[in-house]
Ligand binder design. Structure first.
Ligand code: IVH
Length: 689
C-alpha cells in the first residue's frame, strides 16, 4: 500500500516521500499517543487541541478505509463504539481486598504499634508510603506484553465486571506501556474517578438536557463506568490513579510501594502527585492534617489517606487478616454528607440584598460539626432541587464551606408537603423582592437605607478580617448597634463612646474598651483594605489591590472614568460600571470623606502602571525556603510588581521561585519547562524595573 490517498496531510512529518499506509497509521498512532501523554500526564500540551483533532480524524479515516490497519492500542478506540448487551464476568487473578479504616489518631497509633510488633522492630520507626484515599471505584487493568487488554471492576473482590471498552476511553491511560521490555502480564490496580471540574460540567450538561443530575463525583464516575454504550463513557472525562498491583509475570517486582508507583509513572500510568514516604506514626498524622487543609483545593474528591508499610518484604511478613491487609490502613476524614430533615425554610438577606433560602434542619453531625442550617443558594436552585419542609435531605459540609442541601430523598417524602415559594416582600424591610434580568439571584430592593439586613451585612463586611479587621466587632454586636439605631453607617463606628457600647447585651466596660481599642487600631490600615471594606459590588480583595496600586489614592479612584478603570488588571465593563455607580452616589462619597475625617489612614502607595510591571499578567509559584525573604515578603514583592502568586505549578505558571528543600513543585516545573528563578534572580528582576 502506498500513501497516495493520504499524502500531503498535516502533521510534523508531512510531505515526506512515499510513506506507506501502515507506516502512516503507525506514525499517527505514535504522535497521538505522545500528544495524549504530554497533555494528560505531563500537563504540558505541545500542539493546539484542533491540531490533535485533525490528526485523530486522519487516523480514523485511514482505519475506516483500511480496517486491516487497526490495532488494539489505537487511540481511535477511545471514542467508544460497541454497545454491550451486558457486562461479562472477570475472575481476578489475585483477589482485590479492602482496607481497615481508622478515624482517630489513636487508631493510627495502634496500627503502627501492631505493625512494629508484627515486624519485631518495636524500637524502630517503620517506613510508610502514604497515598490519598480516592473517592472513586477500584479497578484492575491488565496489560499483556505492554498492551492494555482488559479492565475489570472490583465486584466482590474475587469476580468483577468486564469494563474494558469503557476504561479504554480514559485518555490519560496508556493503551501501550512506555517501556522497552514490558512484563508478560501486569495487573495494575487503582481508582477510577471523576475530577470535580468535570463533574460540574457533566451536571451542567445534564441540566441543559433536562436529565437527572448526579449527587457527587463518585456516583457520576460509577454511573459512567457502568454504561453499556462506551460512547457515553467517552464523553464523561474519567480519570485513573494507580496505587497497587495484582498479577505480575516475567518482570521483577519493585521492592517497595513507592518504587512501584515510580515504575508506573515511568511507563506512563498515572499516579497521584500527592504522596509521601515518611518514618513513624507522628509523620503519618502530620501528613493527614496537611492534606485535610488542602482537601478543598484538590481537583478531585478524597475521603481520607492510606498508610502502607513501604517495603514489600515487610508487607509480606505482616500479611492479611481476614479480608484486609495488616500492612495498611485507611485514615478517613469525618463524613461530609449526612441525612436529616428540613424543619423549615427561611430566607436570609445579604449585604447586597441577595435573598438566600436557608433550610433549618434537625441537628446533624456532619463534616466534624453539628449543623442546624444549610444554604439552598437561590430560588432557581431550590426549585430545581424541589426541597420541601418535612423532606429528608442529604446535607453536605465540605471543609470550611457553608453547609448545603444536596438533594431530597424522594422515597422518604411525607404526604402533603408543598413546593417552596419565595416571598414577594423582603422579610426584614418589606420592600419588594426583585430579580434583574441578567441575574439568577432575587434581591431586596430596599437598599442600604431601608433594609436593616443589608446595612448589617455591609457593616459586618466593613469590620471583617480582610477588610478593616476590627476585632470584637462581630455579628451580634453589629446586630444590636443597628437595631438600637446607634450605628447606621461605618462612619458611626468611629463615633462610638464607651458608655454606648458598655450598655449593650453581653458587654461590660472591659469588653467595650477592647472594641474601642480595636476601632482605634483599625484606623491604621492599607488602601486595598479600605477599598475592599467599602463593599462595592464585584470588588473583591484582589481587585481592590489592583485598584489601589493603579490609582494610589482615594480621590483619584472616586473620580476615575470608565476608560481609566478598564485599564486596571482584571477589571471589565461590569466591574467598572459597578465602581462608577458606587461613587456616583453622593451618600457613598460622603461616607468615604467621613471615614477619612475620623482618622482612617494608610501608607502612601507608589503609583504604578500594572500593565507594564515586570510580572504583569504572570503567575508565579513559590517553593522551598528562600535565603532571606519570607513567603509573605516574596509574595508581596511579586504582587507589587504586577504578578499573582499561585499554590501549584501548571502549564499556566510563568515562573517558579525555588529555595532550599524545594520538592515536587520544582520537579513539576522542570518537567513542564517552566523557568525557575532563585531569590537573587527574583530580586534582580524586580529591581531592574
Ligand atoms: S489500597 C489491599 N490505596 O479503598 C487493599 N485503596 O477499602 C488495596 N482506595 O476498594 C487497596 N484509594 O477503592 C488503596 N490509595 C489507595 C486507595 C484505595 C482508594 C479504595 C479502593 C478499595 C478501598 C479499600
Amino acid at each position: 500500500m502506498q500513501n497516495d490517498l493520504f499524502a500531503g496531510n498535516a502533521g510534523p512529518q508531512a510531505g515526506r516521500e512515499q510513506e506507506s499506509l501502515p507506516d502512516l497509521a503507525q506514525r499517527l498512532r505514535r504522535e497521538l499517543t505522545q500528544h495524549g501523554y504530554n497533555y494528560y500526564t505531563l500537563d504540558a500540551p505541545t500542539i493546539p487541541d484542533a491540531e490533535y483533532d485533525k490528526l485523530f480524524q486522519q487516523l480514523q479515516a485511514l482505519e475506516a478505509q483500511y480496517p486491516e490497519l487497526k490495532t488494539t492500542d489505537s487511540p481511535t478506540l477511545r471514542v467508544g463504539g460497541m454497545i454491550l448487551p451486558e457486562f461479562s464476568q472477570v475472575q481476578h487473578a489475585v483477589a482485590m481486598l479492602s482496607l481497615n479504616n481508622g478515624f482517630e489518631d489513636d487508631d493510627v497509633i495502634a496500627f503502627d504499634r501492631r505493625a512494629r510488633e508484627g515486624l519485631e522492630i518495636i524500637d524502630q520507626d517503620i517506613e510508610y508510603a502514604i497515598d490519598l484515599k480516592f473517592d472513586g471505584l477500584a479497578i484492575n487493568l491488565r496489560y499483556v506484553n505492554g498492551v492494555f487488554t482488559q479492565a475489570a471492576t472490583r465486584g466482590d473482590g474475587y469476580t468483577g465486571e468486564d469494563v474494558t471498552e469503557n476504561i479504554r476511553t480514559i485518555r490519560s491511560l496508556p493503551l501501550r506501556l512506555r517501556c522497552e521490555k514490558p512484563p508478560a502480564i501486569l495487573d495494575v490496580r487503582g481508582e477510577v474517578l471523576m475530577f470535580k471540574a468535570d463533574f460540574d460540567k457533566l451536571n451542567q450538561r445534564q441540566r441543559d438536557l433536562g436529565a437527572k443530575e448526579f449527587a457527587n463525583p463518585r456516583n457520576a464516575a460509577a454511573g459512567s463506568l457502568r454504561q453499556l454504550d462506551s460512547k457515553i463513557t467517552a464523553q464523561r472525562s474519567l480519570r485513573f490513579f494507580a496505587y497497587g498491583i495484582g498479577l505480575l509475570e516475567d518482570a521483577d517486582l519493585p521492592t517497595s510501594h513507592r518504587a512501584l508507583l515510580d515504575w508506573y509513572q515511568s511507563m506512563g500510568i498515572p499516579t497521584c502527585e500527592e504522596k509521601a514516604v515518611v518514618n513513624g506514626a507522628p509523620a503519618l498524622l502530620d501528613f493527614y492534617r496537611r492534606i485535610q487543609e488542602k482537601r478543598a483545593q484538590l481537583p478531585y474528591e478524597i475521603d481520607g489517606v492510606v498508610y502502607k508499610v513501604n517495603r514489600f518484604d515487610q508487607q509480606a511478613t505482616l500479611g492479611f487478616v481476614s479480608r484486609a491487609p495488616r500492612f495498611a490502613i485507611a485514615h478517613k476524614f469525618p463524613a461530609e454528607e449526612a441525612l436529616t430533615t428540613v424543619l423549615d425554610i427561611e430566607v436570609q438577606v445579604g449585604r447586597t440584598g441577595a435573598i438566600t433560602p436557608v433550610a433549618r434542619l434537625a441537628p446533624v453531625f456532619v463534616g466534624g460539626v453539628t449543623v442546624t442550617n444549610a444554604t439552598l443558594h437561590n430560588e432557581e436552585e431550590i426549585q430545581r432541587k424541589d426541597v420541601r419542609v418535612g423532606d429528608t435531605v442529604i446535607v453536605r459540609r465540605a471543609g470550611d464551606v457553608i453547609p448545603e442541601v444536596v438533594a431530597s430523598v424522594l422515597e422518604k417524602r411525607p404526604e402533603q408537603t408543598s413546593v417552596f415559594v419565595l416571598p414577594k416582600q423582603c422579610p426584614i424591610c418589606g420592600s419588594d423582592i426583585v430579580k434583574l434580568e441578567d441575574e439568577a439571584i432575587a434581591r431586596c430592593s430596599g437598599g442600604w437605607i431601608k433594609c436593616a439586613a443589608q446595612r448589617k451585612g455591609g457593616l459586618f463586611h466593613f469590620a471583617s478580617r480582610k477588610a478593616l479587621n476590627i476585632e470584637g466587632l462581630g455579628e451580634q454586636l453589629i446586630e444590636q448597634l443597628v437595631d438600637k439605631n446607634v450605628v447606621t453607617t461605618a462612619a458611626d463606628f468611629y463615633k462610638l463612646g464607651l458608655m454606648a457600647l458598655a450598655e449593650l447585651d453581653r458587654m461590660a466596660e472591659k469588653s467595650a474598651q477592647n472594641v474601642l481599642d480595636a476601632l482605634e487600631a483599625s484606623k491604621s490600615t492599607t488602601l486595598p483594605r479600605f477599598i475592599y471594606a467599602l463593599g462595592i459590588r464585584h470588588v473583591g480583595e484582589s481587585t481592590a489591590k489592583d485598584l489601589a496600586l493603579t490609582f494610589a489614592d482615594m480621590e483619584a479612584l472616586m473620580a476615575a472614568t470608565e476608560e481609566q478603570l478598564l485599564q486596571v488588571n482584571d477589571v471589565g465593563p461590569v466591574v467598572a460600571q459597578s465602581i462608577i455607580r458606587f461613587f456616583a452616589d453622593p451618600f457613598n462619597v460622603e461616607l468615604v470623606r467621613q471615614l477619612i475625617a475620623s482618622g482612617i489612614h494608610w501608607p502612601v502607595i507608589e503609583k504604578m502602571d500594572l500593565s507594564t510591571a515586570i510580572f504583569a499578567g504572570k503567575t508565579l509559584v513559590l517553593t522551598g525556603t528562600l535565603p532571606t525573604l519570607s513567603r509573605e515578603q516574596a509574595g508581596a514583592l511579586i504582587e507589587k510588581n504586577g504578578g499573582k502568586v499561585a499554590g501549584s505549578v501548571s502549564k499556566k505558571t510563568s515562573y517558579v521561585v525555588a529555595g532550599e528543600d524545594a520538592g515536587s513543585k520544582l520537579l513539576k516545573a522542570r518537567e513542564l519547562g517552566v523557568t525557575v528563578l532563585s531569590e537573587e534572580e527574583l530580586l534582580a528582576l524586580c529591581n531592574a524595573q
